[in-house]
Design a protein around this ligand. Structure first.
Ligand code: FAD
Length: 424
């Protein structure tokens, strides 16, 4: 761990700083984290003899020895050597490092647009102190560089922030008994959860991300935003704990404090307060990849759709579906919800929860925007306006009562999806 958590907590008066801004303030008082320990060399090992034959006693069996299929190509070969190579390659590019701004990185590029070092950091192949201090030396050579929260240094500080809060918050990975988390009556809908988990929501942008997650074990931060928002406050109103468990199952970088902290953030259960910003599962991905190359890669069943329809193939006329070789509802699912209706309803529910539990919401409230969301703010304005403009409707009787939110109030047909998408 980069900084001693106990020192941070002590410097903050005995409790963890619950906002990133406050966290940065405490760090500015404490100063720089310690340098990493020196690297272990071959000579060190010469001083560690063992009576047993190390290969026989401690040799790591290969995948083939274990009877597992050997995959020659993986984007994340394990070990410190690969981690250091990746770090070195990125940090060689001084301009890229100095101007790094997380919201400007692309969630659907075919190769990672961020460092993709998270699996190495979370599995202990790369020391976060090494990352931090090498980054500082790149900064030292630059005339100017971006700053937290959006800079590269800002990213590892998010990591330390969530570690710090998690270390001193009871039940950090749960809603119940977690003092900083809003208590929400999420729907219990195993079938819907399973559709999301197995990439069968009918929204290509969401399904492509879930496919990449399942196949490769890593997805971009904003892609995580998209699927997490969809599962929770955006569309399905299913608990962030369920999403966190699925991420834990598939992510190579799964890390309990970062995973839980970010899930609470995305579901607006803690840390994040601009809950009126809801990602559209059609427009979000289309902004940075209008041709849908990412969708074609991860959802080959849709690869012959014209770009015009690839994000919403259910809108394609029958003859287009036929010539693409994919009939919606047969070869690829219809959308499982009407995004416009679901997001408006959920917005009303969230508004009600936050009014009732204002004290809890205030605990982790910062005056600054979520940096990732701030970068998308301009593009999302239209969407926000739609949702805010729709507020009187979303406050309809169905939303304002102290409803038992255990089951979805209505189901949607392809026809209602078409109708409401048209007015978006
Ligand atoms: C719902 C959700 C769940 C997540 N679960 C995890 C998880 O289990 N493990 C995990 O490592 N990250 C998690 N993240 C945070 C973030 O998405 C990844 O750390 C990041 O995308 C990894 O890619 P990278 O190494 O290229 O990041 P870069 O942008 O290159 O950042 C460098 C490092 O900073 C740290 N970092 C970056 N963003 C964050 C962040 N938002 N919070 C905390 N640390 C951050 C990571 O260690 C990362 O490797 C989650 C984000 C969301 C929205």
């Amino acid at each position: 761990m980069c900084l001693l958590l106990s020192r941070i907590i002590q410097a903050n008066g005995g409790s963890p700083p619950l906002t990133y801004k406050k966290f940065l303030h405490v760090l500015s008082v404490l100063g720089e984290p310690e340098k990493p320990c020196r690297d272990v060399s071959a000579e060190d090992f010469l001083r560690c003899p063992t009576p047993a034959d190390p290969e026989l006693a401690y040799g790591v069996p290969s995948l083939a020895d274990l009877g597992l299929e050997v995959q020659s190509e993986t984007p994340w070969p394990g070990g410190e050597t690969h981690a250091l190579q990746r770090l070195h390659t990125h940090f060689q590019s001084q301009g890229w490092v100095s101007s790094f701004s997380k919201p400007r990185t692309v969630p659907n590029s075919l190769l990672p647009s961020t460092t993709a070092l998270s699996p190495y950091l979370s599995l202990g192949c790369l020391s976060v102190r090494t990352f931090y201090h090498r980054l500082s030396s790149v900064y030292a050579q630059s005339k100017n560089h971006s700053l937290p929260p959006v800079s590269l240094q800002g990213q590892v500080l998010w990591r330390e922030f969530f570690y710090t809060v998690a270390s001193a918050t009871p039940n950090f990975t749960k809603m119940e008994g977690n003092p900083i988390c809003l208590q929400i009556h999420w729907y219990h809908e195993p079938e819907s959860l399973e559709k999301w988990r197995t990439a069968r929501t009918g929204f290509p942008w969401i399904d492509a991300i879930m496919t990449q997650l399942r196949q490769e074990g890593w997805i971009h931060h904003l892609a995580r935003h998209a699927v997490a928002c969809f599962l929770t406050r955006g569309d399905l109103w299913i608990s962030w704990e369920e999403g966190m468990k699925v991420f834990e199952e598939f992510l190579l970088d799964a890390d309990y404090s970062l995973n839980a902290g970010n899930w609470m953030w995305l579901s607006a259960s803690a840390f994040f307060h601009k809950y009126t910003r809801i990602f559209c599962p059609v427009r979000f991905g289309r902004r940075t990849d209008p041709q849908g190359q990412y969708l074609r890669k991860y959802l080959p069943v849709l690869k012959n759709f014209p770009s015009q329809y690839i994000y919403e193939p259910w809108k394609a006329p029958k003859d287009v579906q036929l010539s693409a070789g994919c009939i919606i509802g047969k070869d690829y699912p219809c959308p499982m919800v009407c995004h416009t209706e679901a997001s408006q309803r959920n917005l009303g529910l969230m508004r009600q929860v936050r009014t009732e539990q204002q004290k809890t919401a205030e605990l982790t409230r910062d005056v600054t925007d979520d940096p990732m969301e701030a970068g998308l703010k301009r593009e999302l304005q239209e969407e926000e306006e739609l949702l805010e403009g729709a507020e009187p409707r979303s406050r309809s009787k169905r939303l304002s009562g102290s409803a038992d939110h255990k089951s979805r109030p209505s189901s949607w047909t392809l026809e209602t999806v078409r109708l409401s998408e048209d007015v978006t």
